[in-house]
Design a protein around this ligand. Structure first.
Ligand SMILES: Nc1ncnc2c1ncn2[C@@H]1O[C@H](COP(=O)(O)OP(=O)(O)OP(=O)(O)O)[C@@H](O)[C@H]1O
Ligand SMILES: [Mg+2]
Length: 372
């Protein structure tokens, strides 16, 4: 449905600054996929989206929607934005306050150069679009009489009113408060599924990406570092950067003592002292990062058996926060300076200052290539 083939767009670097943009991005998306570009501020997410929309001219590569070539750097072909049949929603919802809801939503059809629509067609399409976002009776309201969440729904209705094949969303929920954001997540996903539309969604919020996406591309400084489903990027991060950016994790730096054994287990000498047995999904050697998720570390009191977990690190509880369903601990290890984040069950009894042993299985300690 959407193909990006070695898409590249680099902005000229200012002196002493990293040249922003997107480098050599490739992906093929199935129709109806919910695809998310995830990465920190400035990594190139909006740049990628603007290239797909036709708001920005790439330096190189190709963009296809279905079989149609929208951009080809080699031949110079570039379909202008109003002929790409794409719907867009931006971070600032940018609906026109002086217009009614009806006029806002019908706008793309009224100005369409690709096709002329009759008044009856427009009225029907606007009615359906407003129904689909739960604003059925709102057509004649002025846009200023709407709440933030309702305005964002109007922007969504406007983006889908002409039934585009592709919907581009650039941090569309970031202006909403936390509870409305979660509600809109679910609604947006439902709408996308109902319309069967392919969506490219931009966010720097990893929980939003995990909750909504079929496929996630994690971007670091203009480079796509991993493409995979939510579970894959969470459980099998490709690099230290992905492990740290997608969810919370503990990172230890160290040196692999040799290649992984037949079971994929490798021993790592931790910088600052100690040794841990790790799982290596890809071959690692030399300097490595070890990622251990907080929920995979077990705490035991001093002298208590740690079980046959494989790895044990002694330390002292530095903080304990009861959050209802879990207790969030910070544990200072006896060796090394990194403080561990550990999640315990609601019944775990450890208090600040308590001596504890942290234990974890080699399969839950992932040895990864270091990121710079
Ligand atoms: N028109 C431009 N000219 C020069 N540099 C630009 C231009 N637009 C973006 N950049 C640079 O390219 C990089 C990527 O920008 P982009 O807007 O794609 O980031 P982003 O991932 O969307 O970030 P955010 O999460 O903050 O929106 C940034 O370093 C930015 O400064
Ligand atoms: Mg952006």
């Amino acid at each position: 449905m959407l193909t990006l083939d070695h898409l590249t767009k680099i902005y000229p670097a200012r002196p002493g600054e990293f040249a922003g943009g997107i480098r050599d991005a490739s992906i093929v998306l199935k129709p109806g996929a919910f695809f998310t570009l995830l990465g920190p501020s400035g990594c190139g997410k909006t740049t990628t989206l603007r290239c797909i929309a036709g708001l920005e001219r790439p330096d190189e590569g190709r963009i296809l929607v279905g079989d149609e070539v929208m951009f080809d750097g080699a031949s110079g072909r570039s379909v202008p934005l109003h002929l790409r049949n794409i719907g867009m929603v931006f971070q600032s919802y940018a609906i026109w306050p002086h217009m009614s809801v009806f006029d806002n939503v019908s706008f793309p059809m009224r100005v369409s150069k690709a096709r002329k629509y009759s008044t009856a067609e427009i009225r029907k399409a606007v009615g359906e679009a407003l129904d689909s976002v739960g604003l059925g009776g709102y057509a004649n309201r002025s846009a200023t009489q709407l709440s933030g969440g309702q305005q964002q729904r109007v922007a969504l209705a406007r983006a889908v009113v002409h039934r585009p094949k592709l919907l581009l969303l650039d941090e569309p929920l970031s202006n909403l408060d936390a509870s409305l954001r979660e509600e809109m997540r679910v609604e947006l996903k439902r709408l996308q599924r109902e319309l069967g539309i392919t969506a490219v969604y931009v966010t720097h919020d990893q929980s939003e990406a995990l909750a909504m996406s079929d496929v996630i591309a994690v971007i670091d400084q203009g480079q796509v570092v991993q493409i995979g489903g939510p579970r894959e990027v969470y459980f099998q991060p490709a690099t230290e950067f992905v492990a740290g950016f997608v969810g919370h994790t503990n990172i230890l730096h160290g040196t692999a003592t040799g290649p992984a054994d037949a079971r994929g287990v490798v021993a790592v000498e931790v910088t600052g002292g100690g040794r841990v047995l790790c799982r290596a999904e890809t071959p690692v050697s030399g300097e490595v990062a070890v990622s251990i998720r907080p929920e995979n570390i077990r705490l035991a009191g001093e002298g208590e058996a740690t079980g046959a977990a494989g790895n044990a690190i002694a330390g002292r509880v530095a903080s304990a926060s009861f959050l209802g369903s879990i207790v969030h601990y910070e544990v200072e290890p006896d060796q090394g300076s990194a403080v561990f984040r550990v999640e315990g069950g609601p019944g775990t009894p450890f208090e600040i200052g308590a001596r504890v042993a942290m234990s974890f299985r080699p399969e839950d300690a992932l040895a990864l290539p270091r990121s710079t």
